[in-house]
Design a protein around this ligand. Structure first.
Ligand SMILES: [Zn+2]
Ligand SMILES: [Zn+2]
Length: 239
């Protein structure tokens, strides 16, 4: 007997995308948009290795979810359904930045249409992120940044040309601060997010060395570039 499978970040994102395009209201099961989303999600790409129930993400379940999402809207006057609290986050993110969130949904859709193969534990990696970040796009972006071939090439390059590994934004140097424990430690960040560059190969010029704090700040919420983060730091310091 297949068990009920909870909605993941990306599935909610796509359902909320439909709501945002439907005058912020629920999408009926017989609406072509609900049928199309149902077909996409029923491929099970986001739930690798799971046995999917027969009614998994059926058009009816899309209708129910979009109803939950629409009624989580603060402007909705009726009684909130159960699940509405959990869904309020994603709809609020759409309300704050409808263009950005619709673009994020389009990227998830594009990835799902590519038939990508995810490892079974992929979602635990992004589970605890907020609704304006994370999901499969963030996962693939981080996986790309952790690719050891790219990391090693960038790190050797920096050591050869500068003799040290410093954060390119705040100049933090792990080995200077932590001693041998921090030797050769630095994080590698892509200037161009995956959704802008596609999944093609990247060159070393695409990569930036960042400390863990600056790296997190670049990824938090909508991605910002290292240059933008640098400008924000200077502004926050009143420089
Ligand atoms: Zn830094
Ligand atoms: Zn990064």
């Amino acid at each position: 007997m297949a068990q009920r499978i909870g909605w993941l970040h990306d599935e909610l994102l796509l359902a909320a995308d439909l709501v945002s395009r439907n005058h912020w209201s629920a999408v009926r099961a017989n609406n072509p948009a609900a049928e199309e989303l149902s077909q996409l999600l029923r491929q099970g790409t986001l739930h690798p290795g799971k046995v999917l129930p027969d009614d998994f993400r059926s058009p009816w379940s899309i209708q129910r979810k979009t109803f939950d999402l629409a009624t989580s809207d603060p402007s909705y006057q009726g009684k909130a359904t159960r699940g509405a609290l959990r869904d309020a986050g994603v709809l609020a993110a759409f309300r704050r930045d409808v263009n950005g969130m619709q673009a994020a949904a389009a990227e998830v859709r594009r990835l799902l249409l590519e038939n990508l193969a995810l490892p079974q534990d992929w979602s635990t990696d992004v589970d605890n992120l907020s609704f304006d970040e994370g999901g499969v796009v963030e996962y693939l972006g981080r996986r790309r940044e952790r690719s050891s071939r790219l990391r090693e090439a960038k790190i050797s390059d920096a050591l050869k040309s500068r003799g040290s590994l410093e954060c390119e934004i705040c100049q933090f140097d792990f080995s200077a601060f932590y001693g041998s424990r921090g030797d050769r430690y630095i994080e590698v960040h892509h200037r161009t997010p995956l959704h802008a560059s596609g999944s093609t190969h990247s060159s070393l010029k695409e990569l930036v060395l960042l400390c863990a704090n600056c790296h997190r700040m670049c990824h938090r919420g909508n991605w910002i570039t290292p240059d933008e983060l640098g400008a924000m730091i200077r502004e926050a310091r009143g420089a």
